[in-house]
Write a protein of this length. Structure first.
Length: 195
């Protein structure tokens, strides 16, 4: 009986000290306005997740920023309303971002992921050009999915995760003053780290 109690106690102590156990990788974006927790989906979007995690592991996102925003105030009349915040290293180290290779484009048709409220997705120009820059959807954005209206090429964007805590922080950032599609002052990302 004593050995069962000792084993049970060791299990509970190890569980309390062993950190978080998740089926999928979880990360924290530490911003000047608070922490945003993400869950990534490596089974659905393996290439995008692997690249993003490699950037996180290399410390690439230290002192980066959210610098771009789409909201109801900065879109052409008649355009589908889009709401998102975009971040990465472009505003702090665009030369480095330009030198990194593009990630093969994983469409929502391939992955089964869609651009719902809180979705994390890869920013890009042409398919396969996305690398360090990402965005978080505010509200559902079906125009970013494969075949959606927000890309002339119809390929959509590569969704690869979602916000699981901190959408209040995302919305707080979305509401900051802008100059067109750019924040008046970029929103500091202190770092992105694995949990």
């Amino acid at each position: 009986m004593k050995s069962i109690i000792v084993i049970t106690a060791i299990f509970f102590i190890a569980s309390a000290c062993g950190g978080h156990q998740y089926e999928n990788p979880h990360l924290e974006i530490d911003t000047q306005y608070g922490v945003i927790e993400l869950e990534l989906y490596p089974k659905q979007a393996p290439k995008t997740v692997a690249a993003f995690l490699s950037y996180v592991d290399s410390g690439l996102y230290k002192n980066s920023s959210f610098y771009r925003v789409l909201n109801e105030d900065n879109q052409p009349m008649g355009a589908t309303e889009t709401r998102l915040i975009q971040g990465g290293i472009w505003a702090s180290d665009s030369k480095r971002a330009d030198k990194l290779p593009g990630i093969p484009h994983e469409t929502t048709r391939q992955t089964g992921l869609t651009h719902k409220d809180g979705t994390l997705s890869l920013a890009r120009q042409a398919p396969g050009t996305g690398n360090t820059e990402f965005f978080i959807c505010v509200d559902d954005q079906p125009g970013f999915d494969y075949g959606g209206s927000n890309n002339g090429d119809g390929q959509g964007y590569a969704a690869f995760g979602k916000v699981v805590k901190g959408m209040d922080i995302v919305r707080k950032i979305l509401a900051k003053p802008t100059n067109g599609e750019l924040f008046g002052t970029p929103i500091v990302i202190r770092n992105i780290e694995k949990l």
